[in-house]
Write a protein that binds this ligand. Structure first.
Ligand SMILES: Cc1cc2nc3c(=O)[nH]c(=O)nc-3n(C[C@H](O)[C@H](O)[C@H](O)COP(=O)(O)OP(=O)(O)OC[C@H]3O[C@@H](n4cnc5c(N)ncnc54)[C@H](O)[C@@H]3O)c2cc1C
Length: 88
């Protein structure tokens, strides 16, 4: 069987890490290269938007993210998100 070359992702921010997880879940090899020596423990996101929640739900992460985040956040129920339908 022909081996698959890994997808290279430059940057281990939210986009790079979530993209890497999505590839890995499909058994697509991926390598993340992060310039900093440690994870940024001072994230800028105060709000997680509905589309992001829907994507995290597809990856099976939404409950954990909500559990760790501030309660009652205002964008969780944006009309049209699958998250809104599930929690209604
Ligand atoms: C003040 C502020 C408030 C914000 N509030 C929110 C919010 O409430 N909600 C929300 O959803 N979004 C918010 N954002 C936006 C959010 O922070 C960005 O959308 C998100 O961080 C983008 O993720 P990213 O992975 O693309 O980039 P980044 O988070 O910038 O991560 C990029 C990573 O790539 C690394 N890197 C860079 N160059 C290289 C290289 N050449 N090789 C290897 N690694 C490299 C960096 O070290 C970094 O770790 C806010 C942004 C700001 C500035």
């Amino acid at each position: 069987m022909k081996s698959i070359e890994p997808i290279i992702i430059a940057g281990g921010g939210p986009v790079g890490v979530i993209a890497a997880l999505a590839f890995a879940r499909q058994d697509i090899p991926v390598q993340v290269f992060e310039a900093e020596s440690r994870v940024n423990d001072n994230p800028r996101a105060a709000t997680t938007h509905a589309a992001t929640l829907t994507m995290l739900e597809d990856l099976g992460l939404v409950e954990e993210v909500i559990r760790r985040g501030p309660a009652g956040h205002p964008h969780a129920g944006f009309p049209g998100s699958s998250f809104e339908k599930r929690t209604a």
